[in-house]
Design a protein around this ligand. Structure first.
Ligand code: FES
Length: 121
């Protein structure tokens, strides 16, 4: 029997760093919520789209191994330097994720954080 593939998810929070092991293909938002590391802000914790890619309140910074955005809303956010939509990211590699601190609803853009679309290899 083969071992299931898992990936290390390192999460930088305002309180420190947390390391999780998640199954290959895990939804990033679900993995964060399951570990009580909500990607949502104070107001959007209860009022959000539930992972449908509509509200943009689940954004996180991907600091390493950022996957190319595949969802239209995540693609636009990535192009303009907004945090990535955690609900639209499947974990297929180790990721270093930073929660957006002091987020009320959405995180602010950072031009230096633009994610370049990666072409399939
Ligand atoms: S939870 Fe609404 S866009 Fe991710």
């Amino acid at each position: 029997m083969t071992e299931p593939i898992t990936h290390t998810l390192t999460v930088i929070t305002p309180e420190g760093q947390v390391t999780l092991n998640v199954p290959d293909g895990a939804n990033l938002r679900q993995a964060l919520l399951a570990a009580d590391l909500s990607p949502h802000g104070a107001l959007s914790r209860r009022a959000n789209c539930g992972g449908r890619g509509l509200c943009a309140t689940c954004g996180v910074w991907i600091e390493a191994n950022a996957p190319a955005p595949s969802h239209w809303h995540d693609r636009i956010g990535a192009a303009f330097g907004y945090p990535r939509l955690s609900c639209q990211i499947a974990v297929h590699a180790p990721l270093l994720v930073r929660l957006v601190p002091n987020k009320i609803i959405w995180g602010k853009p950072e031009r230096a954080r633009r994610y370049r679309a990666q072409s399939p290899e």
